[in-house]
Write a protein that binds this ligand. Structure first.
Ligand SMILES: Nc1ncnc2c1ncn2[C@@H]1O[C@H](COP(=O)(O)OP(=O)(O)OP(=O)(O)O)[C@@H](O)[C@H]1O
Length: 317
């Protein structure tokens, strides 16, 4: 478990992390999201004792990082895959880490095998591709068989097979009851990997919730309908107090989670439906809506209006 309480970091006038309070729990993958400059890396560095908080506190299973004996056996982290002595082989890099943390040498071969680097174990890390470097960093995190794992952008530079591998690895680590805390800018990947989300913007906590609730609360859900008896269906929906609007391709759209009700009304009236599909916006859309005001550098076009403004502005495609 990782517990943050009022965690704050200032660099001069910049408040990088602003009174963050949340707990990362074991047994699920927790995604850590925020726009560029939101304070994710600074938060992770403070968790690992690499940066000192200006105020507040962070504990690893109840203790400060610098009070942990052989810290790699409590928490393993990948922060910067390039932070490897390039002149050392993958094997020797991991061996040094193992020896300085009271970890038996046999773990080196085990984790190299887990991350798929056994065949290049004796090669110097400076010749590694970005993806191989990420795998080596992950091997380092796993070395002490820790109960807590933290990864900053772990899929950076990985090909689709590597991304799939990381997803499976993280889920299996969480399924073993470990605490897994991971940041990523790849929303589609995060949506598949994380069950819980912590979202920050400008250093502040914006959300600490399950993935499902996050998407539900920060995006619109609607039902798309197509019927050859569209006009008559519109009348029946109207009589039932359901507002439908015209969408592209001759379809209708109804705001909210009303697919079952619409299906029942259509059946009762004997209407043929060619489509009745509940739709939910993606994690990416939900994230953009929530963090629209917390983005440090905006391009010219802004994301869609916030969910509460959506009804008024929405007239259908
Ligand atoms: N050593 C430092 N000195 C001064 N300012 C810093 C330092 N480290 C981070 N910052 C500032 O703190 C804020 C948070 O940065 P941080 O790197 O933690 O964000 P992030 O969420 O990890 O961003 P990204 O997604 O771009 O990696 C930014 O405004 C950044 O410029």
């Amino acid at each position: 478990m990782i517990e943050l309480e009022g965690l704050t970091k200032r660099y001069g006038d910049t408040v990088a992390v602003d009174r963050l309070t949340f707990t990362v729990r074991p047994g699920v993958v927790t995604g850590f999201l925020g726009p560029n400059g939101a304070g994710k890396s600074t938060t992770m560095r403070m968790i690992l004792g690499l940066d000192h908080p200006t105020a507040g506190d962070v504990r690893i299973d109840g203790r400060h990082y610098d009070r942990l004996k052989d810290p790699l056996t409590y928490i393993g982290a990948l922060l910067d895959a390039k932070a490897v002595h390039g002149g050392r082989s993958a094997y020797n890099h991991l061996l040094c880490l193992a020896q300085s943390n009271g970890i038996p040498e046999r773990r080196v071969a085990e984790v190299l095998d887990t991350v798929g680097l056994t065949s290049v174990a004796r090669k110097k890390a400076k010749g590694f591709s970005l993806g191989m470097g990420q795998r080596l960093g992950i091997a380092g995190a796993l070395l002490g068989d820790p109960r807590i794992l933290m990864f900053d952008e772990p899929v950076n530079g990985l090909d689709p097979e590597g991304i799939h591998w990381i997803r499976t690895l993280m889920k299996s680590l969480a399924a073993q009851g470990r605490t897994v805390f991971v940041s990523s800018h790849l929303m589609s990947e995060m949506a598949l990997t994380a069950e819980h989300l912590v979202v920050i913007g400008q250093g502040r906590l914006l959300a600490d919730t399950s993935m499902a609730d996050f998407i539900r609360q920060n995006s619109r859900s609607y039902v798309r309908i197509r019927s050859p008896q569209r006009e008559r269906l519109l009348d029946v929906l109207h009589e039932a107090g359901i507002t439908a609007v015209q969408a592209g391709g001759g379809a209708l759209e109804v705001e909210g989670d009303k697919a079952e009700r619409i299906g029942e009304l259509a059946a009762r009236s004997g209407f043929v439906l060619h489509e009745l599909s509940p739709r939910q916006a993606s994690l990416e859309e939900a994230f953009m809506r929530l963090t629209a005001d917390a983005v440090e550098y905006h391009a010219h076009s802004r994301p869609d209006p916030a969910p509460q403004d959506w009804g008024a502005g929405w007239k259908g495609a």
